[in-house]
Design a protein. Structure first.
Length: 156
């Protein structure tokens, strides 16, 4: 996957099939990288960490996400920041589209191929609590941003 500059369209970027449930399109500059993921229900990004800062933007679907010790169910419009070196993992109970931004770019993604931590989970219920918070609302009932340790989830 080459480093790009100038204009492009997401649909024009090559789609890489990672597993039968996960596909991605990668766009990379010299200092940052954007990865669009198309993830089918039942996929799992197992616990992992990396030196890259990661920003997550949910486009549609749902991801039950853990950053460090904090767990949240994220939906369309939610964003989160994962600091460098912090362990995180995601479960996808429904079809999902998500965009990740990495700085610096991930060399392993530029090389292509499936990350070791991506696959499916047969033990979802055992590791994801049913009381996970999925929304925070203020006194007027409006959606509001919330900060929880290493995870920041914003709803609009």
């Amino acid at each position: 996957m080459p480093v790009s500059f100038g204009f492009n369209q997401l649909a024009a970027l090559p789609e890489e099939r990672i597993t039968d449930k996960i596909a991605r399109r990668v766009l990379s500059g010299k200092q940052g990288m954007m990865v669009w993921w198309n993830i089918k229900a039942g996929a799992h990004a197992a616990a992992h960490k990396h030196a890259h800062e990661q920003i997550v933007w949910m486009l549609k679907g749902r991801m039950d996400f853990r950053i460090g010790d904090e767990r949240r169910s994220m939906g369309a419009g939610d964003v989160a920041v994962i600091p460098s070196g912090v362990e995180h993992e995601g479960f996808f109970p429904e079809d999902t589209e998500v965009v990740d931004i990495f700085a610096p770019p991930r060399e392993d993604f530029l090389a292509g191929g499936a990350p070791d931590y991506m696959g499916t989970s047969n033990n979802y219920a055992a590791v994801w609590p049913t009381n996970c918070k999925s929304d925070s609302r203020n006194a007027q009932g409006l959606r509001a941003g919330a900060v929880y340790g290493a995870i920041r989830v914003l709803r609009y």
